[in-house]
Structure formats: C-alpha cells, structure tokens
Design a protein around this ligand. Structure first.
Ligand code: HEM
Length: 492
C-alpha cells in the first residue's frame, strides 16, 4: 500500500516537473505543436516509429509559420522554417547564434576537446588552425591517396563483376582506405584485408543500434540530459584504438622530422605551439580528439553519400549514361589516365548528380544552433531569447515542394545554374551554412567524386532483384544512411 502511494506521489511530481514548461512558447506568442506527457513531441522517436530525421521533417511540415516551437521531454526547442530567417541565423547574425547545442557542455572526456564541443572563442581559435588542412593545395597533395584507394576498389569490383554486392560495404571500405591514408598516414587496403582494424572500428563507431541512437541524440540534441545520466558519446575501448594509432604516428613523425603535407603535419605544428592563446592548451588529449573527430564526422557521411549516389545511378540508367559520357570525355585529356584534381572539379554533371544525391539524402538529420544573445526577428516583435535551442531540418527543406518540386524524383538538373539562382540559398544545407559549416566538405566531396567517376569509367551499375524501389531509413539511425543495398557492377 505504502509503495503504491509512494509511486503515485513520484508520478505526480514527475508530471508536474515535465509539464511545467509546456506553456513556454504560448507565453511568448510563438506558434507551437501541442506537447504531451512525458515525451513532449518526440513520441514517434522513442517508440521507434520514426527516425530522428523523419521526426524533424514532420515537425517542419506541421506548420507554415516561419518558426514553430516544440518540446523534447520538457525542453523547449524552436524549428526554424523560413529561408530568410535560416540565412540570418546561420550566416548574417551569426554573433547571436555562434554555438552548437553541444558547445561548452562537458560530458565526455574525449568529445570535450573536439570542435563540436568547444565554446565560441576556443572553437574559433581551433577552426582557424585546422582549416589550412583542407586547402586546394592540400587536397591536390592527397590525390595519390584518393587514386590509389579507388584503384584498389576497382580491382575488387573486377573480381566480383556481375555479382550482387552491398554498395555500402564498397563505399565504407574505400572511405576507410582514404581516411586512414590522409588522417593517419597509413597505407591500408580493406578490400584485400577484409578484417582490417581501421575498417572494423570505424564500422562500430556509428553503427545503427539503440545505444548509439541514445548516445547521439543525448549528446547533440539534449546534452544536459546526457550530462545528468553521464552518457558518453563513444565506448572508451573504441576511442582507445584510434588514440593508440594516433600517438604512434605522431611520435614517428616528430622523430623523423619529415613533412608529408597531411593532417599529421598540422597536429605536429599544433603540438609545438601548445598554448593557442586565451588559455587554450593543446595537450595530448586535445590533439588526439582532432584526429579522431575527422573520422567520426567524415567516415559515415562520406561513405553514405557514395552509396546513395550509386543506388540512384543504378535506378536511373539515363542519368548514369550521361554521367559516364562526361567522365570518359573528361579523362581523355589526361596523359596518365588518372584523374587530376582540376579534371575532377571540372565535371559539372558529376557535381549536379552528387548535389542531388545529397538533396535526397542529407546525412545529418539536423543542424542546430544555440542563441547566445537575445535576437529580435527582423520585421517582427518576436524575440528569440538567449539560451533558445534552434533546429533546422535539412530533410524537411530538401523535400519541400516549394523549393524542390516533385521531391521524390532524382533530378540532377535541379542544380543547373539557372535553377540554383531561382532558389533561396539556405534551403539546401547538406553541409550546413555559415562559419560553423562542415570543415571537411571539399574533402568528402572529392572522395565521393573520384570513387563514382572511377566506377562509372569501368562498370555499368545495375539494380538487383533485391534492390528496393525506395530506401527506408532505419528508425534506430541518427545519421541518414542506407543499409544492405545490393547492386551489380558489370565490367564495361
Ligand atoms: C559528404 C560528407 C559530409 C557531410 C554530408 C557532412 C555534413 C556536415 C554537416 C551538415 C555539418 C554541420 C554544419 C553546420 O552546423 O552548419 C558538418 C560539420 C562538420 N563536419 Fe562534416 N560532413 C561531411 C564530411 C566531413 C569530413 C570528410 C570531415 C573531416 C575530414 C568533416 C568534419 C566536420 C566537422 C569538424 C564539423 C564541425 C564544424 C564546426 O562546427 O565548425 N565532415 N558536417
């Protein structure tokens, strides 16, 4: 009896605690979705009916207003819908929104040191120092790694020509070879060494499991809840694997004094500097975090982009044929038969195909910013208050027929210069926008472009009987990525 009364008492307290904030948006005169106890507006996510990306799209589609309030448990969030306001928040008025939701929340001893977690001043300092790793000159220097990795992939595809193969596996192995080469200076070939540690560990990092979903949503969306329950982003043993290799490589590079024009050079330099100013010290933990974050941020996103593009090319034979013509003509001018940086950049149809692939399948389900200074929405009396958590839904925007008519159709011509000109710029956001946008954008794009170009030059891509007509996104996934998409690569 006592237990039942106690339980009832706890439930009432919980109810009052969670619902106390449910009038937050009403009080401020901001349109909102009706929340319900205890999940606010995220019941479809916790019941695995929708993925995080689909839930954000649902919230985006639930209103025609420029902003709409919603709740994750008892925490109020603001979905920004209007293209103009998106541009203001991400670019023009960045000084009011210069942090992510995960900025300055210290939960995870490893992740605290990454660019995703640093507060504004440290973030700016670090970002300025990491950016030179992605210049055109650096990317040109990496071309031999990209070409080597894609040749290894082609050799493998020759062996399995005509068989049904999982295109995500191909893309992941290629990406692991490229990232281990550019990020750690390792020469690995996961197509031959199928159980290579780098591949195995990278696959584990963001695998679609309930635990990973909780960790990722916790860390990137509701870090205060993650902090309360002491949820860390990654398993210590997984991070230890990368740390071990990082320190081994760093030591060897320091001892040899050699420069290789890669990411490791940048870390050696940061270590030498040590104090980056304003009390920001680059200790061993911070250095390792920089190296590992690129794997975490770039590995799944890049390999998913490649897989989705292969999938769409298999289903759209005419687009595949047009693209192959452009690639073969482009390559004809190269004396050694290899792609040069300039050559690959000039392939305009390839650019359109990849852009359309990222429109249909933007890897990240959300872009987020925290309001750090009260902000009056231009032309209105509405104030977005300091501390407000803002979210943007790439998939909601990319499937909005107002900006992308017939959004389910794969149409690279959406990215012809005329069509791009007629659209508001910030409605297309596979890499985000503004100063916090993706630092590895050009690196990811180059990896994907070389991979696709090499495959089309050598193979015809065909669907198999099991290839789905439409890719469903697993509700346990945080990132948007395909699963088990089997295709045939037939030698030309
Ligand atoms: C196709 C591949 C990729 C996609 C689709 C992608 C997408 C994104 C998106 C949407 C963001 C958030 C941007 C924002 O908030 O405005 C982001 C941030 C970031 N990405 Fe990528 N990314 C890709 C590849 C990479 C690669 C290859 C790297 C590193 C080698 C990387 C490193 C980062 C980092 C460090 C950030 C945080 C930037 C900051 O806050 O200053 N990404 N990425």
């Amino acid at each position: 009896m006592f237990f039942i009364i106690f339980l009832g008492f706890v439930l009432v307290l919980l109810y009052l605690y969670i619902t106390q904030n449910f009038d937050y948006w009403k009080k401020r005169g901001i349109p909102y979705l009706e929340p319900s106890f205890p999940f606010g507006n995220i019941f479809p996510l916790v019941s695995f009916k929708k993925s995080y990306a689909d839930l954000m799209a649902q919230i985006y589609n639930s209103s025609k207003e420029s902003i709409v309030g919603f709740w994750i448990f008892n925490i109020p969030f603001l979905m920004i819908r209007s293209p103009e306001l998106i541009k203001n928040i991400l670019v023009k008025d960045f000084d009011h929104f210069n942090e992510r939701l995960s900025s300055s929340i210290k939960i995870d001893p490893f992740f605290n040191n990454t660019i995703f977690s640093l507060e504004f001043h440290d973030w700016k300092n670090l970002r300025t120092r990491l950016s030179p790793s992605f210049t055109t000159l650096k990317l040109k220097h990496f071309m031999h790694i990209f070409n080597k990795a894609s040749n290894e992939m082609i050799e493998y595809l020759y062996e399995v020509s005509g068989d049904a193969v999982d295109c995500k596996q191909i893309a992941s192995r290629l990406t692991a070879n490229v990232f281990a080469g550019c990020g750690f200076g390792y020469n690995i070939n996961c197509f031959k060494d199928v159980d290579n540690d780098f591949f195995v560990y990278s696959q584990k990092l963001l695998a679609p499991t309930v635990t990973n979903l909780v960790r990722l949503v916790g860390f990137f969306v509701v870090p205060e809840i993650a902090a309360f329950f002491k949820i860390t982003l990654f398993k210590k043993s997984d991070i230890e694997f990368y740390r071990h290799h990082f320190f081994k490589v760093l030591k060897a590079r320091e001892e040899s004094g050699m420069k290789n024009n890669d990411f490791i050079d940048c870390y050696v330099q940061l270590k030498k500097e040590g104090d980056l100013g304003d009390g920001f010290i680059m200790d061993d933990d911070s250095l390792a975090a920089q190296a590992i974050q690129f794997f975490i941020a770039g590995y799944e996103t890049t390999s998913s982009l490649i897989s989705f593009t292969l999938y769409e090319l298999a289903l759209n034979e005419d687009i595949q044929q047009n693209l192959r013509h452009e690639i073969v003509d482009g390559l004809a001018v190269e004396e050694d038969g290899k792609f040069s940086y300039e050559n690959i950049m000039e392939l305009s149809y390839l650019n359109k195909v990849i852009s359309e692939s990222m429109r249909k399948y933007p890897s990240l389900p959300l872009i987020d910013r925290k309001c750090v200074k009260d902000y009056q929405i231009p032309g209105t009396k509405i104030i977005i208050e300091k501390g407000t958590k803002c979210q943007f839904s790439p998939i909601g925007l990319h499937y909005d027929p107002e900006f992308f008519p017939n959004p389910d159709i794969f149409d690279p011509e959406r990215f012809s210069p005329e069509n791009v000109k007629t659209r508001p710029s910030c409605v297309y956001m596979p890499f985000g926008h503004g100063p916090h946008n993706c630092i590895g954008q050009r690196f990811g794009l180059l990896t994907a472009k070389i991979c696709i170009a090499q495959i089309l030059k050598n193979f015809q891509i065909l669907p198999t009987e099991s290839t789905p007509k439409r890719i469903e996104i697993d509700s346990k996934l945080f990132l948007i990525k395909p699963k088990d998409v089997f295709l045939k690569f037939v030698k030309l």
